[in-house]
Write a protein that binds this ligand. Structure first.
Ligand SMILES: Nc1ncnc2c1ncn2[C@@H]1O[C@H](COP(=O)(O)OP(=O)(O)OP(=O)(O)O)[C@@H](O)[C@H]1O
Ligand SMILES: [Mg+2]
Length: 239
């Protein structure tokens, strides 16, 4: 479903992502972990067309990310950000925001589908008339997920999807994401600082440091501590 080959992203003189390659199978959940500034968010942003200057090859569901129009790419891959308050517009209703991608893409019946999406993510359809400040953090992140699903994408890129939330709410959102992955056959790439989250959510993960891949592990290797690299072992020990 996803193939990233020799991706390098530079911002001026600094290299944010240095020759990184990985693949993600359809229906798989793949984790990206590593220290702050190691390039995890940059990889996700590049995959959805938010960075212009990169080299390498990115193929998403058979589409070349370099030559596919961003609007077409958006129907296959959507991103969910860390901060659900920052990613929602304060002056638009929840319903307007979930319907926006459908209106841009001229999908039929955006308002009917908005109600369905709210039910899918566990909120009453009447939430569409509320504003973001009238929701809890967990409810706002559910809305961000509903909006990401509005174009029926095959892939969700989740950048620290629960780290801005209260611990008791984190598990609810993770379980919601797992249910959606199962029911909708989605493919996930999840960035998280929390190895427990990655171990719970992901079949495989890649450890990054200083813009480079350190190693790629299975969940079983992570859980058994069977790690080849000293930095990965440090990361596991620290968590
Ligand atoms: N738009 C940008 N312009 C210039 N530099 C950038 C830009 N975006 C990211 N960077 C730099 O690229 C590097 C990688 O950043 P990135 O946000 O991908 O790290 P990260 O692994 O997601 O970190 P964190 O865990 O803190 O979110 C950092 O040094 C950052 O300062
Ligand atoms: Mg980041």
């Amino acid at each position: 479903m996803i193939s990233v080959d020799n991706l390098t992203v530079r911002f001026g003189p600094s290299t944010a992502v240095d020759d990184v390659s990985f693949t993600v199978a359809e229906g798989e959940s793949f984790g990206l972990v590593g220290e702050s500034g190691s390039g995890k968010s940059t990889i996700l942003r590049t995959m959805v067309g938010l960075n212009r200057h990169w080299t390498g090859k990115i193929t998403i569901n058979g589409q070349d990310a370099r030559t596919t129009r961003q609007r077409d790419l958006a129907r296959t891959v959507q991103m969910v950000f860390q901060d659900p308050y920052g990613s929602l517009h304060p002056r638009y209703t929840i319903g307007q925001q979930i319907a926006e991608p459908m209106r841009i893409n001229k999908l039929p019946d955006p308002f009917g589908r908005t109600g369905e999406l709210l039910e899918l993510i566990g909120l009453d359809p009447s939430f569409q008339f509320r504003f973001p400040h009238e929701l809890s953090g967990g409810q706002r992140q559910r809305v961000a997920i509903a909006r990401a699903l509005s174009l029926n994408p095959r892939i969700l890129l989740l950048d620290e999807p629960t780290s801005a939330l209260d611990v008791s709410i984190q598990a609810e959102i993770l379980n919601l994401l797992n249910r959606l992955r199962r029911e909708l056959g989605l493919t996930f790439v999840i960035v998280s600082h929390d190895l427990a989250v990655v171990s719970y959510m992901c079949e495989r993960l890649m450890v990054m440091r200083n813009a480079k891949t350190v190693e790629t592990l299975t969940r079983e290797q992570l859980r058994s501590g069977d790690l080849a690299d000293a930095y990965s072992r440090e990361l596991v020990a620290a968590s």
